[in-house]
Design a binder for this molecule. Structure first.
Ligand SMILES: Nc1ncnc2c1ncn2[C@@H]1O[C@H](COP(=O)(O)OP(=O)(O)OP(=O)(O)O)[C@@H](O)[C@H]1O
Length: 277
């Protein structure tokens, strides 16, 4: 595949943060360390790692928010950090972010309708913003949409707010959504419903998804339900394993992957049942 056929490509990307320690000393954190990643249209990638592994930094590099210290991040074969004019607009439209905490991304003083219609008008000035906002609400399972249009964020549950954040990320008709621990703040009983929402969206809207999580069991559910995709295991800024989730879970090559598996009780049960087969 030629590089411009990938939606996103990270080539040998390093992100090093240098902090002063005392008067003369400095500490270097290798948030990403020689990372290579290829994302094609329609891909589902679960990025799994413990706190501090570099997951959010990887997302920020792809979003154009964190310039690599070295290496390149490409959007359709062009360096994200050199994009200008139309290419930059196309990139901004195509790659969107669903944050962990919808409180931080929603404006408490605006109704849900207003928060959705603003980006719709920005990206598609010619379409009926109200109709499109209601269509997006329906897509993320908030039905009837008219009920939600005039509500304020504080009038909704955490799960509903997170669905609004997903709807808003769709306003530009993106090609890729990067969801950073999108279900962490949601009650565990509702998480599977969220995973289903993402999977439905990918089918209906033809999206690629990078799903960031510390929970390898959740990654497995996402990948199995979507019927495609792969897992990327990040540790200390490095990709230690990448591939089919079931293969990696049943035959982890890296000690760190074993630690992640042991930290997920559901997976241990699944592995036992799998070994008995
Ligand atoms: N702006 C920054 N300045 C200094 N160090 C940073 C900065 N941003 C991230 N780091 C460090 O880089 C490493 C990776 O951070 P990152 O937020 O990408 O990890 P993460 O896997 O997303 O963790 P979490 O699951 O806790 O969000 C951490 O050690 C973090 O402290």
């Amino acid at each position: 595949m030629r590089s411009n056929e990938y939606l996103i490509e990270l080539r040998d990307v390093c992100v090093y943060f240098t902090e002063r320690v005392g008067l003369l000393g400095k500490r270097i954190t290798k948030a990403l360390d020689h990372v290579n990643l290829k994302v094609s249209d329609g891909d589902v990638i679960a990025v799994v790692g413990e706190s501090g592994a570099g997951k959010t930094t990887m997302g920020r590099v792809i979003l154009g928010l964190q310039k690599p210290t070295s290496g390149v991040a490409l959007f359709r074969g062009k360096d994200i950090y050199s994009l200008r004019g139309r290419d930059f607009e196309e990139f901004r439209r195509s790659v969107q972010w669903v944050p962990q905490d919808p409180y931080s991304s929603l404006d408490p003083s605006l109704t849900i309708g207003e928060q959705l219609m603003a980006p719709i008008r920005k990206w598609n000035p010619k379409i009926d913003a109200s109709a499109r906002a209601q269509e997006l609400l329906r897509l993320v399972g908030l039905i009837p949409p008219s009920f939600y249009m005039n509500k304020y964020p504080h009038q909704l549950s955490g799960g509903q707010r997170q669905r609004i954040a997903i709807a808003r990320s769709l306003a530009s008709n993106p090609k890729l959504i990067i969801a950073d621990e999108p279900v962490t703040m949601i009650d565990s009983s509702l998480r599977i419903g969220f995973i289903n929402t993402f999977i439905d969206l990918m089918r209906v809207v033809n999206l690629s998804l990078i799903f960031i999580t510390h929970d390898i069991a959740l990654a497995r559910i996402l990948l199995l339900k979507s019927g495609k995709g792969r897992v990327v295991i990040l540790k200390d800024g490095r990709i230690v394993e990448e591939g089919d989730i079931n293969e990696i879970i049943s035959n982890p090559k890296d000690e760190y992957t074993k630690i992640l598996i042991n930290a997920a009780p559901d997976l241990k049960k699944w592995l036992k049942a799998y070994e008995k087969q």
